[in-house]
Design a protein around this ligand. Sequence first.
Ligand code: ADP
Ligand code: MG
Length: 217
Amino acid sequence: MLIESKNISVVRAGSPALHFADVSIRKGEKTLILGPSGSGKTTLLSVLAGLLKPSEGCVLFENQDFYALPSRTRDHLRGQNFGFVFQTLHLLPSLDLRQNIVLAADMAGVKADEARLNHLLDTLGLSNKAHRKPEALSQGEQQRGAIARAVLNRPKIILADEPTSALDDANAEAVIALLNRQAQEAGAALVIATQDNRITSHFKNIIRLDAKLRAVA
Ligand code: ADP
Ligand code: MG
């Protein structure tokens, strides 16, 4: 198993406790986390990524208790093995697309593979946009840039939070197809959290979060 969670609960001040069904993700496997706004999708992704220590339960990353590791070790493992496509894309406005992608690799402690970056930009139709600032890119282009950034380092797992919610049907389809293909090429597992029922047909493994069932006041 690549990642497993067991008996996860998250209790935060001012919010009802969230209890999550156990998650198991194998190498290369695709999983959809589906649920309405507020059901805990972003919370669960954060817990799985080693970014939010749960109040109860544990997360195993490659059979190691993720939160028992020193935080520097956890940060290092995350930088080496995880790719993220965030809900808000976190592209820095003062940097062009290419610089944004290289910076993300730097911050993860890995050297950007220039040849692979060129290949990805080309595949994603962004070669001639690489030197534009985010403000001069369409939403779809920014989203594809965020995908390039997530897969550059050939992560073992890609976590995508609401990658299609802001997109029209055609762009949503295109983004899911891209994520699937890039995950496959990188040999990465893909976990997408979404409230977007349009994309369920692409997934066999679906974890449904229901605010009423999972949350107890
Ligand atoms: P989703 O991504 O499915 O919309 P979230 O994981 O963002 O859901 O939120 C789940 C619940 O946790 C919500 O009730 C939300 O208000 C609460 N929550 C999210 N982040 C925080 C936080 N930093 N502090 C306290 N409560 C939070
Ligand atoms: Mg969310």
